[in-house]
Design a protein around this ligand. Structure first.
Ligand SMILES: Nc1ncnc2c1ncn2[C@@H]1O[C@H](COP(=O)(O)OP(=O)(O)OP(=O)(O)O)[C@@H](O)[C@H]1O
Ligand SMILES: [Mg+2]
Length: 257
């Protein structure tokens, strides 16, 4: 098992949650067993699957405070082959509550050790910040997927997330990999989208995924119907792109083992 992937970029609204939800669901459709951990107090991954995040007993917050185990917080079958650990606004307080706690950065990693063999893929949807929860996620992960929105200033945020990955690698997780940069909200008709892709590919030495996620209205509608795109509209361009990404990720990581 070599596939615990944090989905991270401290820039807000770049498609982290959309990717966490729909990449998980697409791999589930391909018959892979997937666990998605919502690590964002906004709880958007949880609500995208229709989980009532304010009513659940155990969330990732309780896990981080060691009030329950990770397996006690897992909600099974939110989609085909997909399980979820929810989050809600309480998670925002975790930074303060865990301040000064020894090994705070390694709690998730330890908890994942108990469950990781049950899944083919574990994804962690990170918040838009370099916070303790983001560092915790990267400390627990084998790789990071970095969504980059095809818009002006996209490169600015990218440098910062790469720096964070390097820091976590040197301090606590020497084998952490930048699995790939994912272009989101791509519109091939615009010069801007193509400029972003070219400048990222020319500037950074890291892998960029072949699959690009188009700007697609169906992807933005699906969360309000509490469905992943594989259920809401499996034939739309966004669904096809996430399915292509799922296949690409799967063949890429299979090659690595
Ligand atoms: N490819 C896409 N096409 C159209 N809309 C998209 C696409 N990807 C994401 N969106 C929409 O853009 C908004 C931001 O996306 P998302 O929530 O996935 O970003 P995020 O990086 O997780 O944000 P945050 O940093 O707040 O957690 C959402 O309303 C989402 O539905
Ligand atoms: Mg999000």
């Amino acid at each position: 098992m070599n596939r615990i992937l944090a989905i991270a970029n401290q820039k807000g609204g770049v498609g982290k949650t959309c990717t966490a939800v729909n990449l998980s669901a697409s791999l589930g459709e391909l018959g892979k067993k997937v666990l998605l951990i919502d690590m964002d107090p906004q709880g958007n991954s949880s609500s995208s699957f229709g989980v009532n995040k304010n009513e659940v007993e155990n969330t990732i917050y309780e896990v981080m405070l060691e009030e329950c185990t990770l397996s006690e917080a897992i909600i099974k079958d939110v989609a085909k082959n997909v399980s979820l650990v929810p989050a809600n606004v309480n998670l925002g307080a975790v930074e303060i509550e865990m301040a000064g706690k020894d090994k705070a950065n390694l709690i998730l990693r330890r908890e994942l050790d108990f469950v990781k063999d049950e899944y083919d893929y574990i994804f962690i949807d990170c918040p838009p910040a370099i916070s303790l929860t983001t560092v915790n996620s990267m400390a627990a992960a084998t790789g990071v997927i970095v969504p980059v929105q095809c818009e002006y200033l996209a490169l600015e945020g990218l440098g910062q997330v790469i720096e964070t990955i390097n820091l976590v690698r040197s301090r606590m997780n020497p084998t952490l990999d930048l699995t790939g940069i994912l272009f989101t909200m791509y519109d091939g008709r615009t010069v801007l989208s193509n400029d972003v892709v070219d400048s990222v590919r020319n500037t950074v030495k890291y892998h960029t995924f072949e699959a690009k996620i188009p700007r697609n209205i169906r992807l933005s509608e699906a969360p309000s119907f509490e469905q992943p795109i594989t259920v809401y509209d499996p034939k739309c361009s966004g669904a096809i792109a996430y399915m292509n990404l799922a296949k690409e990720v799967d063949s890429m990581l299979a090659d690595k083992q």
